[in-house]
Design a protein around this ligand. Structure first.
Ligand SMILES: *[C@@H]1O[C@H](CO)[C@@H](O)[C@H](O)[C@H]1NC(C)=O
Ligand SMILES: *[C@@H]1O[C@H](CO)[C@@H](O)[C@H](O)[C@H]1NC(C)=O
Ligand SMILES: *[C@@H]1O[C@H](CO)[C@@H](O)[C@H](O)[C@H]1NC(C)=O
Ligand SMILES: *[C@@H]1O[C@H](CO)[C@@H](O)[C@H](O)[C@H]1NC(C)=O
Ligand SMILES: *[C@@H]1O[C@H](CO)[C@@H](O)[C@H](O)[C@H]1NC(C)=O
Ligand SMILES: *[C@@H]1O[C@H](CO)[C@@H](O)[C@H](O)[C@H]1NC(C)=O
Ligand SMILES: *[C@@H]1O[C@H](CO)[C@@H](O)[C@H](O)[C@H]1NC(C)=O
Ligand SMILES: *[C@@H]1O[C@H](CO)[C@@H](O)[C@H](O)[C@H]1NC(C)=O
Ligand SMILES: *[C@@H]1O[C@H](CO)[C@@H](O)[C@H](O)[C@H]1NC(C)=O
Ligand SMILES: *[C@@H]1O[C@H](CO)[C@@H](O)[C@H](O)[C@H]1NC(C)=O
Ligand SMILES: *[C@@H]1O[C@H](CO)[C@@H](O)[C@H](O)[C@H]1NC(C)=O
Ligand SMILES: *[C@@H]1O[C@H](CO)[C@@H](O)[C@H](O)[C@H]1NC(C)=O
Length: 705
């Protein structure tokens, strides 16, 4: 194609100059009518020249003829003049700058005829500059749009030998040639249409002007290349492959992938149809992930990616496997199965048809006074229209729609039962009621002790009451009791009440001495199920601090003290209790016995003991709650064994023997369970489950030893 063009160019050039292409021909114009054409050898060497503008050139013109007068060159520059009797003349120019030069070698013959031959000269000049630009546009390009690149080539010749080559990176795109013929320098602009794709973002376009001057021309071709033009391609966002359904088990964490690419990098927005929280988002390059911790409810997450060129949305379903038995009291009054429609035709038997009337979300949990919006849609095609019927936010019957929306800005109707209905072409109607849970957290919560005030007494039962004011719905309330941070009990209600109620929960406590100063609290929590707010709305009471009074308790057990006659001895008694007990010694009336008090310890001191001091000393500790005693037996050393000592030692031995005998007699009669001796006395002695065969008393209690 190019070489054809170039040949055409050369051909036309020769025609313009009237030069023969074939070896020289001579037209003789004799007096005779018939002209004769004679061929003869007039040879140019080289036969044609390709010269760079300003370069030197030299061509010999020679002949093998013998009957000629001489030879010469005729040219605007480098005229060699006429030389006689030569067979060769040389045309030489040092600095060829004449674009239209037509050197001609001529040879007059003896017979007055003249032969001549024109030298084909191609004078060329590579461009001063080559540059690339985008026509009628600046800034980033948009994918799929057409743009025109222009290559400006300054001051080159000859046009017919120019090849403009376009490149993207190193990939050749297109070649352009010109059929216009121009020997003198011209400015040329070539254009290229492009419609870039996202993969062309950052691509570099170049154009190159090449002079293909044929086999006589310089090799490789003189070439000038433009600076590269880098393009930026913007394109609408596109999702990278990712799952659109994720199955997880309840309570586990899940990560949703919404990776997308686009230029400029798209912005991402997540929306969902759940009230659950606990999500965070991460972006690593094009990878966009939403982490959700502890999912409990099925939900749809929409991921929308947007840049200046577009916005697309992907829906990701999170399906949660739940073990059954969750939230049994929820939605007890509302249907949650797909809509059913009962048709009542003339025939006796009614038919039940199921059809898709879908509520989205399928149920709602709304805080009193909040806004709510639910879509009701159908895939039915043969219906007249749809509507919502509700005390607030109902819609009119809308014809020929597949979706109607129920919206309330400030939901305050406790008993609202919005119903979406559809009227089919045959005048049948179907409807679905939206289960609505309207909730309200308590106005106040307080804790008190019932029928008692002041300090409590250890081991006594008291009733704590938690008063919860004006909350709804009762069936979703959980009252939790705490002592300090320790959970004690929780209470739920099976009563169903949609409207706000006041509730009192009670807790029985029987405080021990260790509970003195303990703080009790109660907390009202609304567990509204997976659709409800997380964490649960909660109101906690002020703490109730209790004081526990308890009787004594001696720090030491009963004791025996041996005293030598004439020595001194001190007997100590100390006890604790709340309030602190009063301590008293009895049997300290002897003249050599003195009592004293030091802090919470009461001491009696016997000076110069005599046998009259031997005996049992009793310390009594008394407070409002009770009295306890502790004995100290004083014996005299070295003296005959006193009666009391005899009692102390001998009585337990006799008792033990009695016990063994008694036990052996009873054992023969059957099996017995013994109540441990340290069992607190206030624990009722319940009949034990029958273990083996045994004799029980008429009331079913085990026989007490
Ligand atoms: C022209 O002729 C001269 C003399 O014979 C010779 O030296 C020269 O090389 C020739 N030039 C060419 C281009 O043939
Ligand atoms: C050739 O001629 C041009 C124009 O006449 C001139 O500008 C240029 O300097 C010359 N070059 C040489 C090498 O003589
Ligand atoms: C342009 O021409 C070159 C040869 O000069 C050839 O290799 C190339 O394939 C051509 N490109 C196109 C796009 O025609
Ligand atoms: C080539 O010639 C055509 C008409 O003959 C003209 O429209 C066009 O502009 C010319 N191209 C150049 C590069 O001179
Ligand atoms: C899509 O889900 C399958 C099976 O649940 C999992 O193997 C795969 O890794 C997921 N692909 C992506 C991109 O998350
Ligand atoms: C998610 O997108 C779908 C369709 O694009 C729309 O119908 C639905 O309401 C959206 N859901 C959320 C929660 O944004
Ligand atoms: C779901 O959307 C709600 C409201 O837009 C938002 O408060 C909540 O954090 C979102 N939950 C998750 C897990 O993204
Ligand atoms: C996002 O959540 C994941 C999983 O729940 C957690 O590992 C990660 O640390 C969280 N990142 C941030 C920034 O909170
Ligand atoms: C989620 O949907 C699946 C199937 O639709 C169902 O089996 C599952 O019980 C649903 N989970 C919850 C929490 O509603
Ligand atoms: C909602 O309605 C209630 C009762 O009609 C009204 O007391 C309350 O101010 C309203 N709240 C808003 C935010 O409009
Ligand atoms: C007091 O001590 C005498 C012996 O000194 C003793 O016989 C008597 O039983 C004691 N009284 C009491 C109440 O323990
Ligand atoms: C001391 O013994 C008496 C009966 O002898 C008993 O009632 C009392 O509880 C005992 N005191 C202590 C502290 O053990």
């Amino acid at each position: 194609m190019i070489s054809l063009q170039r040949m055409l160019g050369l051909f036309m050039l020769m025609l313009l100059h009237g030069a023969p292409i074939t070896p020289g021909t001579m037209t003789t114009l004799p007096a005779t009518a018939k002209p004769t054409v004679v061929t003869f050898p007039l040879e140019l060497n080289p036969p044609r020249v390709v010269v760079r503008y300003g370069d030197s050139v030299s061509v010999n013109c020679s002949t093998s003829s013998t009957d000629h007068k001489g030879m010469g060159w005729e040219a605007t520059f480098g005229d060699a003049g006429f030389e006689q009797d030569v067979n060769i003349v040389t045309w030489t120019v040092d600095n060829l700058t004449d674009w239209t030069i037509k050197p001609k070698c001529y040879m007059p013959l003896i017979d007055g005829e003249q032969a001549s031959k024109v030298l084909p000269v191609i004078l060329y000049k590579p461009p001063d500059s080559v540059s690339i630009s985008v026509l009628r546009h600046s800034g980033p390009m948009v994918e799929g749009t057409e743009y025109q690149l222009q290559c400006d080539i300054q001051n080159m010749a000859p046009l017919q030998n120019l090849v403009v080559k376009w490149y993207k990176g190193n990939e050749p795109l297109d070649n352009v040639t010109y059929s216009n013929v121009s020997k003198t320098p011209v400015d040329v602009s070539a254009t290229l249409m492009i419609s870039p794709s996202r993969h062309d973002d950052g691509a570099q376009y170049r154009c190159r002007a090449e002079l293909d001057l044929g086999p006589e021309g310089p090799q490789p071709h003189p070439t000038v290349t433009s600076e590269p033009l880098s393009i930026t391609v913007h394109y609408a966002p596109e999702f990278l492959p990712g799952n659109d359904t994720v199955e997880v088990s309840a309570g586990s964490d899940v990560s949703l992938d919404c990776s997308a690419e686009g230029n400029p990098p798209p912005e991402l927005r997540w929306t969902n149809n759940t009230a659950e929280g606990n999500a965070n988002e991460t972006t690593v390059g094009r990878l966009r992930t939403l982490y959700i911790s502890r999912v409990t409810a099925n939900a749809t997450y929409n991921c929308t990616v947007t840049n200046g060129l577009g916005s697309i949305t992907k829906q990701i379903q999170v399906l949660v496997d739940v073990p059954p038995q969750q939230h049994p009291t929820m939605f007890s009054t509302a249907p949650s199965t797909p809509g059913t429609m009962t048709t009542l035709p003339a025939t006796a038997k009614p038919t039940v048809v199921t059809f898709p009337l879908e509520l989205n979300p399928p149920r709602v949990v709304v805080r009193y006074g909040d806004s709510v919006s639910v879509n009701c849609s159908t895939s039915s095609t043969d219906h007249e229209g749809m509507g919502w019927e509700a005390t607030f936010g109902g819609t009119n019957f809308e014809q020929d729609v597949n979706i109607v929306t129920w919206t309330v800005d400030n939901l305050t109707d406790w008993t609202i039962e919005p119903k979406c209905y559809i009227t089919l072409i045959d005048d049948e109607q179907a409807s679905k009621v939206l289960p609505v849970i309207l909730y309200k957290t308590p106005d106040s919560i307080s804790i008190s002790v019932l029928r008692h005030s002041g300090a409590m007494v250890e081991g006594t039962e008291y009733q704590l009451q938690c008063d919860i004011q004006n909350m709804a719905p009762l069936q979703n309330l959980v009252v939790k009791w705490y002592k300090g941070n320790e959970p004690l009990d929780h209470v739920t209600y099976s009563n169903v009440s949609k409207t706000p109620v006041d509730v009192s929960a009670t807790l029985m406590i029987s405080p021990s001495r260790h509970d003195d100063g303990a703080q009790y609290r109660c907390r009202a929590e609304l567990d509204l199920g997976p659709e409800g707010p997380q964490p649960h709305p909660t109101v906690t009471s002020e703490p109730l601090s209790i004081t526990v009074h308890y009787a004594p308790e001696f720090l030491l057990g009963n004791d025996t003290v041996e005293v030598s006659a004439g020595s001194d001895v001190s007997l100590n008694c100390s006890a604790e209790g709340n309030p602190p007990p009063e301590l008293r010694w009895t049997n300290n009336t002897a003249h050599n016995v003195k009592s004293s008090t030091e802090g919470r310890q009461r001491t009696i001191r016997i000076t110069k003991a005599t046998s009259t001091n031997a005996g049992i000393y009793i310390c009594t500790a008394t407070n409002r709650v009770g009295t306890a005693t502790r004995t100290t037996t004083v014996t005299m050393k070295g003296g005959s064994t006193s009666i009391s000592l005899t009692i102390v030692i001998i009585f337990p031995v006799i008792f033990l023997i009695f016990l063994i005998v008694f036990f052996m007699c009873k054992k023969r009669q059957g099996f017995y369970n013994f109540i441990p001796v340290n069992q607190p006395n206030d624990v009722p002695l319940m009949p034990l489950p029958t273990i083996g065969v045994g004799n029980h008393d008429p009331e079913g209690y085990p026989m007490k030893v």
